[in-house]
Design a protein around this ligand. Structure first.
Ligand code: ATP
Length: 422
């Protein structure tokens, strides 16, 4: 075991985080933890070694970590959330999130199962983790403050910049690690160790054992990274994407389109739906539907992806003949705006021109007469009025109504026709 001390690296943490960790260390002295030992674990240790910022801080105790979390929350006035079922607790302080858990080991009854968990030593807790670089700990006890604990060669792998599993059955136990491996590799600029890459290829089929929700969560994490296209390209190279769906590709096309999403997305919250739609863009609507079902994609994003693929399959209509504004409006107005944006990003220049025209102008066109105006003219409220408003909108789009007077004349004719018909 390497007896490196990371106290100097910990000094580079933001002051508020440092203060909390010192408090944790001294609380341990006063607390009733049987072993009195408490550790930083996982990603934060990796990020300390790499000098990367980290806002999620995992703390593991060999004993009762929950009462410690409660004490920290009391002293700092932090927001405490206790997850009784998992024996964990979270304290949120400003932009930091401190997760507290008791050290535990995990066993898997079958591939892809959720693990059975029992309290255990730190060494066992670190052994259940995904990669050696995420399986180190730093002692927070005052007398051993900053001591690195590295049972599985994580430090050497950080130095060699490589991703390595802890044992050959790792991807079989939990195939979400396949996606995690390529995510860390591309985020950190690391390389998968040869044996790990071999195991990953061998165990690709294990992805089929993972539930849709867990798989989707990992894909969301991929799409939440700074450059998801790199992860997807690597995923395609290793056969990961094809395992999710045989028609998925992570090629240079995504590398061209994803940066446009970052440039043009109105808000960060739109990005996952835009990325996902582009990822599946070359699938047919049926294939897209299969993947959405497999990943149990929830309603709002599902609507965007489905609409995006359907618009794509209808786009040939546009390129064959110029579309009148009214027809363009009728075609697109019930589609999700993000799905139209996806097609504007993905399509040929003429397609983009029409879709931009819809998004920027046609979708904003409204009749000059409001609902109240219509009632004042004698139109009864209800679905008839809705239809009349749509008709007014289309006539304006086609350029047949220009002024308020034009609209009023049309409404009067409509009323006459109605009363004549009664
Ligand atoms: P990130 O910077 O992406 O948040 P992280 O390392 O903090 O990275 P988390 O997903 O927050 O990642 O998980 C925290 C730690 O829990 C990881 O560092 C790893 O030790 C462990 N872990 C998470 N998921 C798994 C998994 N599927 N299998 C084994 N260990 C895991």
């Amino acid at each position: 075991m390497v007896a490196l001390n990371l106290a100097a690296e910990m000094e580079r943490l933001p002051p508020e985080a440092r203060e909390i960790l010192r408090m944790v260390g001294s609380l341990v002295e006063e607390s009733r933890l049987p072993s009195g030992r408490l550790f930083l674990v996982g990603g934060v240790v990796r990020d300390l070694l790499l000098g990367c910022p980290c806002l999620d801080i995992d703390i593991v105790g060999e004993g009762d970590a929950l009462s410690l979390a409660e004490a920290v929350a009391r002293r700092t006035h932090g927001r405490l959330v206790v997850h009784k079922r998992f024996g964990t607790a979270t304290v949120r302080l400003g932009e930091f999130r401190f997760d507290f858990a008791a050290a535990r080991s995990e066993t898997y009854s079958h591939p892809g199962a959720l693990p059975e968990v029992r309290s255990d030593t730190l060494k066992a807790d670190l052994f259940r983790r995904d990669f050696t670089i995420n399986a180190m700990a730093v002692d927070l006890t005052v007398s051993r403050w900053g001591t690195l604990i590295d049972y599985y060669g994580g430090l050497e792998d950080v130095r060699k910049r490589c991703i390595r599993v802890l044992h050959p059955g790792s991807f079989v136990d939990d195939a979400t690690r396949i996606l995690r491996a390529i995510r860390y590799e591309q985020r950190l600029g690391f390389r998968m160790e040869t044996g790990t890459a071999r195991l990953l290829r061998r165990d690709l089929k294990m992805l089929d054992t993972i539930s849709g929700d867990r798989l989707r969560h990992e894909i969301e994490l991929v799409l939440g990274e700074e450059r998801p296209e790199r992860i997807l390209r690597r995923g395609a190279e290793l056969g990961v994407l094809q395992q999710l769906h045989p028609s998925l590709k992570g090629n240079g096309w995504l590398a061209l389109k994803f940066p446009l999403v970052r440039e043009l997305a109105g808000s960060a919250k739109d990005m996952p739906a835009l990325y996902l739609s582009l990822l599946v863009y070359h699938l047919t609507p049926e294939e897209g539907g299969q993947l959405l079902d497999r990943l149990k994609v929830p309603g709002a994003i599902r609507k965007v992806v489905r609409d995006a693929l359907e618009i794509k399959s209808e786009v040939s209509r546009m390129s064959s003949s110029a579309l009148a504004p009214g027809a363009l409006y009728r075609w697109l107005h019930l589609r999700h705006p993000l799905a139209i944006r996806v097609n504007a990003l993905a399509g040929a220049p003429m397609v983009r021109w029409y879709l931009e025209l819809f998004l920027r102008q046609l979708s904003l066109v409204k009749p000059l007469l409001s609902g109240e105006d219509l009632m004042a003219l004698g139109v009864p409220a209800g679905s008839e009025m809705g239809r009349l408003q749509e008709h007014l909108r289309e006539e304006r789009l086609e350029g047949r109504l220009k002024t308020r007077g034009d609209e009023e004349a049309l409404v009067k004719k409509w009323i006459e026709r109605k009363s004549g018909g009664c």
